[in-house]
Design a binder for this molecule. Structure first.
Ligand code: AMP
Length: 284
């Protein structure tokens, strides 16, 4: 399978399949089983499945890993083909950001907390590149992983506010058998880091058990996660117990919640979350 490189080629592909429904999976490549489940979701539900591979410079901070982000396009293309994707769009940076490019899409409060606070400008970069990609690919549906839950809510909100004609669907987090949420950055973990990292998913599972046993107090749930996630090699950055639609922190017991966390394990920054009292399909 060959990737389309130019915006013109991608637009021509869309025009040639004008009557087909397109399911779209935007990625930064280094594809893994998490991406595979999104691609399978898109293949299952649409006439055509389009995957983009683009390491988007505007969503990385100046001290983040844009330059060293893992890239392996030949492997990614074979991966997409094997899963039944119809087309891969893998443009160079100047195709999506032409000379003089200065326009940015700034999400509102939904992108201000958590990852938005920890990574200033990150969601403006995400919203900008996705707005461009949606305008080029013109999909009916685009699929996003629950793993990046705030990103899912940011994209849903941007699509609603800009009246973009695309449905944004969440797809469940894929985990390794030991519970660790799969991420392109897991490859940076040493064997010892990986053991430390398991505390994160374990802590979220513990909160899920507490919730199942009737615990609804956000402060208690946060404490439980903090205690269970703390351990050697884990530097917690934040733990949030928030409403899963607005992402506002819960001040009192509620019937639905999302618990999100970010932590540094060695030099690697990981995020994970669990949804409580509401199913992913209801997040729109
Ligand atoms: P990325 O290539 O990291 O930008 O991710 C592309 C898409 O894959 C995003 O919608 C992510 O949320 C999703 N994704 C990444 N890891 C996982 C995972 N472990 N399970 C489900 N979706 C994932």
């Amino acid at each position: 399978m060959k990737a389309l490189r130019s915006v013109a080629e991608a637009r021509a592909f869309r025009s040639a399949s004008a009557t087909a429904s397109i399911g779209f999976v935007p990625t930064m490549g280094a594809l893994h089983e998490g991406h595979a489940s999104l691609i399978e979701h898109a293949v299952r539900e649409n006439d055509l499945a389009v995957v983009s591979i683009f390491v988007n410079p505007t969503q990385f901070g100046p001290h983040e890993d844009f330059a060293s982000y893992p890239r392996d396009e030949p492997r990614d293309l074979a991966f997409c083909e094997r899963l039944g994707a119809t087309m891969v769009f893998a443009p160079a940076v100047d195709e999506l950001y032409p000379a003089g490019d200065a326009t940015r899409v700034h999400p509102g409060p939904i992108g201000a907390s958590l990852e938005g606070a920890a990574r200033p400008g990150h969601f403006a970069g995400v919203a900008t590149v996705l707005t461009k990609l949606f305008a080029i690919v013109r999909p009916e549906v685009a699929y996003f992983g629950q793993k990046d839950f705030q990103q899912l809510r940011v994209v849903q909100t941007v699509a609603r506010d800009l009246r973009l004609d695309v449905r944004i669907v969440g797809s469940p987090t894929v985990r390794d058998p030991d519970g660790l949420a799969i991420s392109s950055r897991n490859r940076y973990l040493s064997a010892e880091d990986r053991q430390s990292a398991l505390a994160l998913s374990r802590a979220l599972l513990a909160a899920k058990d507490d919730w199942a046993n009737g615990d609804r107090d956000p402060a208690k749930l946060r404490d439980r996660v903090a205690r269970a996630a703390s351990g050697p090699g884990v530097a917690l950055e934040y733990i949030s117990v928030a409403d899963p639609i607005t992402l506002e922190e819960l001040a009192r017991p509620a019937d639905r919640a999302v618990i999100s966390l970010a932590a540094r394990i060695g030099k690697t920054r990981l995020i994970d979350n669990v949804l409580l009292g509401i199913s992913l399909e209801k997040i729109q």
